[in-house]
Design a binder for this molecule. Structure first.
Ligand code: R5P
Length: 287
């Protein structure tokens, strides 16, 4: 048997995964050492195999993941799988300026020390896997992103806000069963964070548009795209993503720009996480 150990930011997803795999769900504790450091702990368990499920949505969550993976070894697990539903720092996959680190590589090296197997869900770039020396499998949750969409979208267009996410848009269209796909061109100023969107030629007037991306972080990309689509007369603008980070005021930005609805998965547990990545993760873990 396997015990599933949730990080504090992945409790619902870990529970769903335990149901999918008919595994035991551990109840860790999340405390603070007297000097303020994080201190996660796992109750004793009898299984040889442990699966730590922890989205690394914050610096504390990174440390928690390392502590939980170490704690399950202390508790006697001989095989440790680390499922990282959302891997923080993955977007820092290169040094953008002189003197900067490749942060994704640095955090991967730390996780390597604790894991026998790593599972990532829609990492920002496939190359992230190469930063680990532990075997890595990736899960594609995109096929589930169409689940909450209304059944009767009008002449739907599935659009990614940049060329890098066009395959996601195609997967969502295929799952939905009908519609065209296209993408915008995006330029981001990495110093200011400002995003500039260049519209495609696709006709959007009177159509329902589904914007698809891997992550909504600050919401700058999506709010720019929504504004362009509203200007051009789109009927409804639905937004769906794998990782709804929705940092700071992102949800308000999207609402103010004029969305009809926003959906995400539970790789990051937010109010919009209507879609569970658990079935897709379970399929990879079973393989
Ligand atoms: C970038 O390549 C990603 O696919 C997302 O478009 C981006 O990270 C979203 O970031 P934000 O919400 O901050 O614009």
């Amino acid at each position: 048997m396997t015990t599933i150990v949730p990080g504090s930011a992945s409790q619902s997803l870990a529970a769903a995964l335990a149901r999918e795999l008919d595994a035991t769900l551990a109840v860790p504790t999340f405390d603070r050492f007297p000097d303020g450091e994080t201190l996660a702990a796992v109750p004793q368990f009898d299984d040889d195999s442990a699966i730590v499920v922890a989205a690394t949505v914050s610096n504390d969550a990174h440390i928690e993941l390392l502590q939980l993976a170490d704690a399950v070894c202390e508790a006697g697990a001989t095989t440790v799988t680390v499922v990282i539903p959302y891997m923080g720092y993955a977007r820092q996959d290169r040094a953008f300026n002189d003197g900067q680190p490749v942060s994704a590589r640095a955090v991967a090296a730390a996780i390597d020390t604790a894991a026998d197997r790593v599972v990532l869900v829609n990492p920002h770039e496939p190359s992230i896997a190469s930063f680990f020396s532990t075997p890595v499998e990736t899960v594609d949750a995109a096929a589930h992103l169409a689940e909450p969409l209304p059944d009767a979208l009008t002449d739907p267009l599935f659009l990614s806000p940049d060329a890098g996410a066009i395959e996601l848009a195609e997967t969502v269209r295929d799952s939905y069963g009908q519609g065209e796909t296209d993408y915008f061109e995006k330029d981001r100023d990495y110093d200011t964070g400002a995003v500039d969107i260049s519209p495609s030629d696709a006709t959007v007037e009177g159509r329902d548009v589904v914007l698809v991306d891997d992550i909504i972080a600050t919401g700058s990309t999506m709010s720019e795209a929504i504004a362009v689509l509203r200007d051009r007369g789109a009927a409804g603008v639905y937004v769906t993503c794998v990782h709804p980070m929705l940092a700071n005021n992102a949800l308000a930005k999207l609402s103010a720009a004029g969305i009809s609805a926003v959906y995400g998965t539970d790789t990051i547990e937010r109010s919009v996480s209507e879609i569970s990545a658990a079935p897709a993760i379970a399929a990879v873990l079973r393989s």
